[in-house]
Design a protein around this ligand. Structure first.
Ligand SMILES: *Cc1c(COP(=O)(O)O)cnc(C)c1O
Length: 401
């Protein structure tokens, strides 16, 4: 199948119904093992001399279809599917880094990635440091002789700060250091780091790729040789693989990724404008806001501004919690990228495990909330936010008078 359009690949890549009795929807290969026609075939497949399935931890047809689709959508040679986003992140980091090496990270990474980096340092002697990644000079200055990987989130959770991927790639290339990007917040529809020269993309497929809040999964995409090396250690020997049913749900979810992302982005645009104007909102963190410090980077490397908005309110933890409790349509939950609009409080939820001083460095304050704008009518999303903010203000007015 050949196309010039992402939308068509999102529906068709990796699956040919003619290979499956014409079934429009792909069958789920719910099997642990595969029968060899004879002993010699088994021998050849184990020796890697013949293509074919052996055991589902190594390869499964439904999971392969998902991997193939993701490879096409990210513009990479090979994708590997995992049981969770963290299984994908840990597979890439543990699969590539060696004891004594150093990983340079963007300032602010997903809470559990932060935990994994701590663990790798304490248990395996793989060190890391955080860096704002605002300029090539800074990057050069902070690269150590043993720096072997660069790990970036852009947008950074939850402050939405962006890293100029092209700038990092150009600097890293001079030293031959691979660049890994967690592309969860954008999905390949909004941002394709491999096309900008990055080496590996990782995702929590749990979020926009799935889109319906019913799968926990992960995926990593990159060059064939690197991915095969990671598959050999992290998939085969560590074993955090994706189940066939989850791969099927993701194949189904991805068909609507472009239309869902368009709506997430449009809704977020409306909500961001209204939040920014609201007297009880202190500031908004949203790449589509022309006043956002890295608005230009967003225009350069993202197709649209995404569906995530963080905002701080006038007050502290108590007011933030009260605001969440006042909401009716919007659900209080971590995760993101679902049809339902979700809100969470990073300081006490997703980033509660990050030490306070680090959290402050990342600008994760007690009055910060993160909103994953869903697919409901934006008018209803706003009405819910507005009434919740209004109740807070009314209470404050009463307290003053
Ligand atoms: C959710 C998330 C992860 C972890 O993914 P899981 O599927 O929950 O394991 C990693 N990175 C980012 C940016 C995330 O949002």
């Amino acid at each position: 199948m050949k196309s010039n359009y992402f939308e068509t690949y999102a529906i068709h890549a990796g699956y040919d119904n003619r290979e499956h009795s014409g079934s429009l929807s792909p069958p789920i290969f719910q099997t642990s093992t595969f029968v060899f026609p004879d002993a010699e075939t088994g021998e050849r497949r184990f020796a890697g001399m013949e293509e074919g399935y052996v055991y589902s931890r190594l390869k499964n047809p439904t999971v392969c279809q998902f991997e193939e689709r993701m490879g096409v959508l990210e513009g990479g040679e090979k994708a590997l599917a995992f049981a969770s986003g963290m299984a994908a992140v840990s597979a890439v980091l543990l699969g590539l880094a060696k004891t004594g090496e150093h990983i340079l990270c963007s300032e602010g990474v997903y809470g559990c990635t932060y935990g994994l980096l701590q663990f790798m340092e304490e248990r395996f002697g793989i060190s890391h440091s955080f860096l704002s990644m605002e300029s090539a000079e800074e990057l050069h200055a902070k690269m150590l002789p043993n720096t072997s990987l660069i790990y970036i989130e852009s947008p950074i959770n939850p402050t939405m700060k962006l890293v100029d991927l092209e700038m990092v790639v150009n600097t890293a290339k001079e030293k031959g250091i691979p660049v890994i990007v967690d592309n969860t917040f954008c999905s390949p529809y909004l941002q394709r780091p491999l096309e900008l020269g990055c080496d590996i993309v990782v995702h929590s497929a749990t979020k926009y790729l799935c889109g319906h809040g019913d799968v926990v999964g992960g995926v990593a995409v990159g060059r064939r040789e690197t991915m095969e090396q990671i598959a050999h250690t992290a998939q085969k020997d560590i074993g955090g693989i994706m189940s066939p049913f989850d791969a099927w749900l993701l194949l189904r979810g991805i068909k609507t990724l472009p239309v869902r992302m368009d709506r997430h982005c449009d809704n977020a645009e409306h909500i961001a404008v209204l939040l920014k104007r609201h007297p009880y909102v202190e500031s908004i963190f949203y790449p589509g806001d022309p006043d956002f410090p890295q608005y230009n980077i967003a225009c350069k490397q993202m197709k649209k501004s995404g569906g995530m908005i963080s905002f701080s309110i006038k007050g502290g933890k108590e007011e933030a919690q009260e605001l969440m409790n006042n909401l009716q349509l919007i659900k209080i939950a971590v995760s993101l990228g679902d049809a339902e609009t979700l809100i969470q409080h990073p300081a006490t939820m997703t980033h509660s495990g990050v030490p306070e001083h680090e959290r402050e460095n990342m600008s994760i304050t007690q009055n910060l909330l993160r909103l994953s704008v869903g697919l409901e009518a934006w008018q209803d999303i706003w009405a819910d936010l507005e009434q919740a903010l209004h109740s807070l203000m009314k209470k404050e007015d009463q307290a003053i008078s």
